[in-house]
Design a protein around this ligand. Structure first.
Ligand code: XIL
Length: 365
């Protein structure tokens, strides 16, 4: 098992009209997005069912794959929100101090706006996918220099999409698996613990209406990491920092799932702080090739996650980390694991899709 797999296990302690006859308006479920526009969705799909339960159902998107009509159609028909899987991270968008490459980020926002979808921005401060100038520069910068650079990046990126991005994952994975601060984060190296506060303040200044999230993995179950992340969220709230929610990435492994009771308790801890809960990066991987027991566990994991969110009134967002098993990040980063998403490589809904859909259709308790 890779270090990441071990960490995850440790953490576990406009829809196309395809049916209408000419001249007949297609039957469409519509949902009002946070921006107020309407989104044509498959009336019997994930996002339409979510909307009926006041749950925004989204997906992580790779704009390069939109050229595949099946990928594009699945996104538009099944989801009401998109998160750029990589296209808004520091490395891709800000590869040199004076260079911005925003074409892919723009493509995600444009697709969303053309289809009345919401956008979750991801991410403004993370220890991975940073450009060399940040990784190499940060340990040499004074605190003043680092703060100015971090604030400038966030103000430029959040400001560009002001009013068009409903949520930002402001701080991603700031806490390590043992509950200590993540020392490889360049902003931690340059600014210490303050790097989280500074990022939230800069994001809020650039878009006062966006909801701002502290996002992490391995916090679905109790333990030192959950305590540290939720403790950090509580400290930020107490200090008056503009934080609005905690994102549970929910990269789950079928061999080591959180129980439904653990998910309920985790979400309640967040809600009790007055914060929103978002499931930001859901996938439930099986050992490959999956056997019947693995697939059954996976279905239970997806259903528990979906039902826990529906049962928590402050859980209003549920995002799957990718569309289909063929483009999922899991096999690349967790060798030996896969089959983590709701659609197979041919964009066909899997049996687990039916179970998640039925859970969404059942609505909030
Ligand atoms: C992953 C992407 O899915 C991959 O394509 C990329 O190579 C690495 O990052 N937590 C996060 C996401 O917050 O940004 C990560 O996305 C998955 C783990």
């Amino acid at each position: 098992m890779t270090a990441l797999a071990m960490a995850l296990v440790a953490g576990a302690c406009s829809g196309e009209d395809t049916s209408a006859t000419p001249g007949t308006p297609a039957p469409r479920a519509t949902t009002t997005s946070p921006s107020g526009s309407t989104s044509p969705l498959a009336p019997d799909g994930l996002a339409a069912a979510g909307a009926r339960a006041d749950l925004l159902v989204g997906v992580a998107l790779d704009p390069a794959l939109l050229a595949d009509p099946d990928y594009e159609r699945t996104v538009r028909e099944q989801y009401a929100a998109v998160t750029p899987e990589n296209a808004m991270k520091w490395g891709p968008v800000h590869p040199a101090p004076d260079r911005w490459d925003l074409a892919d980020a723009d493509a995600v926002v444009d697709l969303a706006e053309a289809n009345g979808m919401a956008v979750r921005g991801h991410t403004l401060n993370w220890h991975r996918q940073n450009p060399d100038w940040v990784v190499e520069g940060a340990p040499t910068w004074s605190a003043e220099e680092a703060e100015a650079i971090l604030r400038d990046h966030i103000s430029t990126l959040v400001g560009r999409y002001q009013g068009r991005v409903v949520h930002w994952d402001v701080s991603n994975e700031a806490i390590d698996d043992d509950g200590t601060w993540r020392e490889e984060n360049p902003w931690y190296q340059a600014l210490g613990e303050d790097h989280v506060r500074i990022a939230f303040e800069a994001a809020h200044a650039a878009d006062p209406d966006a909801l701002l999230f502290l996002n992490d993995y391995g916090i679905e179950t109790p333990g030192p990491k959950q305590d540290a992340v939720l403790g950090l969220a509580a400290d930020l709230v107490a200090a008056g920092v503009p934080i609005h929610g905690v994102g549970l990435q929910a990269h789950l492994l079928a061999p080591a799932l959180p129980t439904r009771a653990q998910l309920d308790a985790t979400m309640a801890r967040i809600a009790d702080m007055g914060l929103e809960v978002a499931v930001t990066e859901a996938d439930v991987a099986t050992l490959e090739p999956p056997d019947e027991a693995g697939l059954a566990a996976q279905r239970q994991g997806w259903v528990d996650l979906t039902a826990a969110c529906l049962a928590q009134p402050r859980c209003a967002t549920f995002v799957t980390w990718g569309v289909d098993d063929g483009s999922s990040w899991i096999p690349g980063e967790l060798p030996g694991f896969g089959s983590a998403l709701l659609f197979d490589q041919a964009y066909q809904p899997k049996p687990v899709y039916d179970e998640v859909l039925a859970t969404l259709r059942a609505g909030r308790p």
